[in-house]
Design a protein around this ligand. Sequence first.
Ligand code: DC
Length: 205
Amino acid sequence: MKIAIDGPAAAGKTTLARRLAEELGYLFVPTGAMYRAAALAKKRGIPPDRARIEVREGGRIILEGEDVTDLLSSPDLDELSSQVAVDGRVRRHLVALQRQIARGRDVVMEGRDIGTVVLPDAELKLFLWADPEERARRRLAERGGDYEEILAAIRRRDERDSTREDSPLRPAPDAVILDTTKLSPDQVLAEALRLVEERLAKLDR
Ligand code: DC
């Protein structure tokens, strides 16, 4: 089974996808981290549409043979990755990699265009939503910083990610929309697991 999790910045996609993959024994594929690695490649003078990016167990990201996972969660890469992701050549490169990773495997893949473009046949599609203010509060708790700046950066990314021409952020028509504004990570996981069970029961029939 393939599970697609999409949604805006800081909605809790990575947390949910990682925990869901652990519970189910599926491969966890954080595609946001792949765009972040492409942005890091660009910073290092490597063409982002040709960078060698691999995803390993537990969502570790390898760029040109180096494990760069721990370098990817910085505010400058929040912004740069969103900019690099507008480039159609970068998208084609990463989408091809993402499809190759998912071929013949059980995966939980998170991003912006997984249900719409990368894995349109995914058996379960979730679209995670939370109010921008709540997402900014979560980012602040996670990384510290200035609330107003974080909120402005989230709004800027939401705008760019949803209005770009190539594969904009939007829910697939068959996605289940989960508003997590008032839910804890445990509650979101429980609801996702319930939906997985429901889908698996249907597939068995
Ligand atoms: O989920 P994230 O914040 O790590 O993603 C970083 C940026 O990468 C995000 O602003 C938009 C882009 N992205 C994308 O365009 N498509 C994806 N499938 C995943 C991320």
